[in-house]
Each structure stands twice: as structure tokens, then as C-alpha cells.
Design a protein around this ligand. Structure first.
Ligand code: SF4
Length: 324
């Protein structure tokens, strides 16, 4: 990987978004990091994050790649500062069994998100900064858009030259042409152009290193910011809750009261789900939502959670189960 420090590579490949089998590969990556002399991170507490305490300073030092990573790492720690413990002792009944069943149903990792998700679209032969930029752009394209369509748009952008420098020189109309037909392509072309300018002017060609600074970019919401932090910076700052995660969490009863917005779901699920489960949850549930727990016509009769899912029990009441 050109221009990547060892620490950057280790952090990026340790994301579950880069793996075919999540946990095992993550462990192997940690072992590789240990072998390279990295200290093991102490186990993190189950914490809530307070973004308001972040420093607004957006500038980043430019020196060697390693020193840049150190500066970014210190800054990112402000994102994950421990502020208070979980606010509630409530947790949904059967969540461990439900999650284990979803892992079982997702073990082949053959959903669209597994081959065409945001982490699969970045060109790993680019510099670390450009890879992070491409992850961010892929996520910006992905809202209200199927993974397959986002993937195709990313291929066109990369063939054109998806770097901060080149997109700065590219007219917004051309960006729109390249990303069509992703959802809201006209607006997204404008957002990409504006966000790229901010990356160039404020972050010296890199992307913002905190959730707060990422969500300050046009067209970037909390879901994208948390997934960007995980995939691009290797830092788990929150659960990426998109429409699949939002829907499935409500169907499974993972929220104390039904929620209307993904952001409400994120806060509700983070209040009880142990932090070590956060990083894998998005990719796990998105694939599950693409293959089994579909938005319309969920496959409850063949779902392993049929008997322990409120929605599954409701849908299959009186019907014979297809699960063994
Ligand atoms: S039983 Fe149905 S609603 Fe519940 S998780 Fe399975 S597919 Fe989704």
C-alpha cells in the first residue's frame, strides 16, 4: 500500500468492514499488531460518548505519516472520552441468542454489502489519505442508494481519478454525470465538491478525524460519520444505524419503545449493547436486512429468530415454521 504507515494499515484492516469473517480476522490482525511490537489496547469500558467535549480545532499537523497518525489518534481519543456509564440496566430479552442466530445466518457473508459495501470500494493502492477520502465519498453516495449502484458509481469515479486534488479540478456537473443514478445524485455532487474543498483547505487533503468534524461536512450524517470513523480511522465511536439497522432493531425489540428515526435507534441500542459488539453490528444487520429481514416481506418462517422475535411471532402466528 503506497504511502501507508504500518499503524494505518493495521487499523484499517482490523475493521470488520474489511473482513470476510469478522471476529477471527480481527483477532488475527491484533496478533499481527502485537507481533509488530504494538501494545495491546486495554479493554474499553461500556461507555457513552459525549461529542460536545471535542476540540473544534480542525487543523492537522503535516510531518511524517507516523507523526500525522499520532496527532490524529490523540484527537480521535477526544471522540471516545468516557463521560458516563450506561444510563439504564434495561436490555432486551434474548438479544444474545438473537445476535448469535443472525451471525449464524450471516456466516457466508454473501450479501451485497459484503462484496460492494463502502469498504470494498476504496482503492487500496492509494495513499492512506486517499483511501480514507474514498471511503467517505462511498458513504456519501450510499444513502438512499443500493450497494450495487453505489459500487458502480465508485468505479466510475475511481476511473476518473477519485482524489481530493482531482475532484477539486472536476466541475460539479461532471461529478453528477459520474455518480448518476445514485439517489439524489445532483445534491450529492454538490456535497462532494463542497466536502472535498473543506478536506483540502482545513484538513490538508485528509478527511476530518472526529465524528463532530465529519458531521460538519455537507451531506454527512451521524451514520456515515460513525462508519467512516470505524472503516477509515479504525476507531469505534458509535453504531452506524441505517434504515436496515433501524428496522431490524425495532422488529427484534432492541429498543425499549419503538423509535421513529435511525438516530433515536442508535442512542437506544448503544444504551444497552456492550461496546465490543458495536463495530460489527452495522455490516451484520445490513446484510441480514438485504437477505432475510427484508423491508417488505421478511422471511420470518425460515429465520432462526422466528420464535424469539416479536415481529416474527406476529407474522408467523398459526403458520408452520420452516426452521429446524
Ligand atoms: S423473525 Fe422475521 S422480523 Fe424477526 S428477525 Fe427474523 S426475519 Fe426479521
Amino acid at each position: 500500500m503506497i504511502g501507508c504507515s504500518i499503524s494505518t494499515i493495521v487499523r484499517m484492516i482490523s475493521s470488520p468492514y474489511f473482513t470476510a469473517s469478522g471476529r477471527q480476522t480481527r483477532s488475527a490482525t491484533r496478533a499481527a499488531a502485537d507481533a509488530l511490537g504494538k501494545k495491546k489496547k486495554p479493554a474499553r469500558k461500556h461507555v457513552k460518548i459525549e461529542y460536545e467535549s471535542e476540540n473544534q480545532d480542525g487543523g492537522r499537523e503535516q510531518a511524517s505519516d507516523d507523526s500525522k497518525e499520532d496527532v490524529a489518534s490523540k484527537k480521535r481519543k477526544k471522540d471516545t472520552s468516557v463521560t458516563k456509564k450506561q444510563s439504564s440496566d434495561w436490555e432486551p430479552a434474548n438479544w444474545r441468542e438473537q445476535l448469535a442466530n443472525i451471525r449464524e445466518m450471516r456466516k457466508l457473508r454473501d450479501a451485497p454489502v459484503d462484496s460492494q459495501g463502502c469498504e470494498k470500494t476504496a482503492d487500496m493502492n492509494q495513499s492512506a489519505e486517499t483511501i480514507r477520502y474514498q471511503v467517505l465519498i462511498s458513504l456519501m453516495l450510499s444513502s438512499q442508494t443500493k450497494d450495487q449502484v453505489t459500487f458502480a458509481a465508485m468505479e466510475k469515479l475511481k476511473a476518473h481519478g477519485l482524489t481530493v486534488e482531482n475532484i477539486l479540478k472536476t466541475p460539479t456537473s461532471k461529478i453528477g454525470e459520474l455518480i448518476y443514478p445514485v439517489g439524489f445524485w445532483k445534491k450529492k455532487a454538490e456535497y462532494i465538491k463542497e466536502a472535498t474543498k473543506i478536506c483540502a483547505e482545513t484538513y490538508k487533503g485528509d478527511i476530518p478525524p472526529t465524528v463532530k468534524d465529519l458531521t460538519a461536512l455537507p451531506g454527512v450524517g451521524p451514520k456515515m460519520a460513525h462508519i467512516t470513523m470505524n472503516v477509515a480511522w479504525g476507531e469505534v465511536t458509535g453504531i452506524g444505524v441505517d434504515t436496515h439497522v433501524h428496522r431490524i432493531a425495532n422488529r427484534l425489540g432492541w429498543v425499549k419503545k419503538p423509535t421513529k428515526l435511525p438516530e433515536e435507534t442508535r442512542v437506544a441500542v448503544e444504551s444497552w449493547l456492550p461496546r465490543e459488539e458495536w463495530d460489527e453490528l452495522n455490516v451484520l444487520l445490513v446484510g441480514f436486512g438485504q437477505q432475510t429481514c427484508l423491508p417488505v416481506g421478511p422471511q420470518c418462517e425460515s429465520c432462526l429468530n422466528c420464535k424469539i422475535c416479536p415481529e416474527g411471532r406476529r407474522v408467523t402466528r398459526g403458520k408452520p415454521s420452516k426452521t429446524k
